[in-house]
Write a protein that binds this ligand. Structure first.
Ligand code: SF4
Ligand code: SF4
Length: 274
């Protein structure tokens, strides 16, 4: 089965069958060096990367965003898919190890992606951004993972806090304003140009920064000078700005203002058209 189909099946199974947990639900789990399964979960696994995962990983590795995406991700894109979602590329060979798995464990531990942090807790939602469905957590229990047999007990909230998930969740909420947008939920496809725009402003942040500062972007949109200076330096702020601008660029939401003189010029141009 194709990677994308496997992921879709898994998501459907979670929505239909997984017991729904809240932040106060309790579970037993521990993962530590020395456990017999150490590192088994870092082989042949589908890890979906959000824009903030890519930002953290490529910065840790000292790579540009496009360089990181080309080297460390795959981009399966099914016909019925609305937006591209990169997956971490596993290594070659029978084991298909994650390229970041070292002898002592994860070599990018402080910047490991959201799914690796939260494991064995997953997060799902059954709604769209305008009609929020139930947001819930679920427990991933895989036969190879011996962590469930350990005595340590946590609430879901305690676990996620210990694993430093909150900035990932915050960026995840901003991303959902796009990925769960009613226009996409209704099954409307975006034109290729807009899909490219989405990928640039969320994942290819180096390219998006060049787009802002080397095109007519700042002549067209109202962006305060201080804020523009911040966007030159601050990757997190650039990502926040990109996700907000996309809601305007893709769906016409008023998340940014076009300069009045640009609107006036556009109006005159339209008036001249036969
Ligand atoms: S399989 Fe489970 S317990 Fe073993 S290393 Fe992975 S997360 Fe930890
Ligand atoms: S990034 Fe780290 S924790 Fe995640 S699969 Fe790779 S080695 Fe494992």
């Amino acid at each position: 089965m194709e990677t994308r189909d496997k992921l879709a099946d898994f998501q459907q199974q979670i929505l239909n069958e997984a017991p729904r947990l809240s932040a106060s639900s309790r579970f037993r789990f521990a993962c530590r060096p020395g456990i017999s399964c150490f590192g088994v979960c870092c082989r042949d696994v589908n890890i979906v990367l959000g824009p903030y995962d890519v930002l953290r990983l490529r910065r840790r590795l000292g790579m540009g965003s496009q360089e990181f995406l080309a080297e460390h991700t795959i981009l399966p894109f099914a016909e019925d898919q609305r937006l591209p979602v990169p997956l971490l590329k596993m290594g070659q060979g029978e084991e298909k190890r994650c390229p970041f798995l070292g002898e002592q464990g994860c070599t990018v531990y402080e910047d490991r992606p959201w799914p690796c942090r939260a494991y064995p807790i997953g997060e799902a939602s059954s709604g769209t951004s305008s009609r929020p469905g139930e947001k819930f957590y679920f427990l991933v229990e895989e036969a190879h993972c011996k962590g469930h047999g350990e005595a340590d007990e946590w609430s879901v909230g305690e676990w996620l806090e210990k694993e430093g998930v909150s900035p990932y969740q915050a960026f995840g909420e901003l991303l959902k304003e796009i990925t769960l947008h009613p226009r996409l939920a209704q099954g409307k496809a975006l034109p290729p140009k807009q899909i490219e725009m989405y990928f640039m402003a969320s994942y290819e942040l180096d390219r998006f920064r060049r787009f802002i500062f080397e095109s007519r972007f700042l002549e067209c949109y109202e962006v305060a000078r201080d804020y523009a200076d911040r966007l030159r330096e601050d990757d997190e702020e650039l990502l926040r700005f990109g996700l907000s601008w996309l809601r305007f660029a893709l769906f016409g939401e008023p998340t940014i203002r076009v300069k009045p003189e640009v609107l006036e010029a556009k109006r005159k141009e339209m008036a001249k058209r036969p």
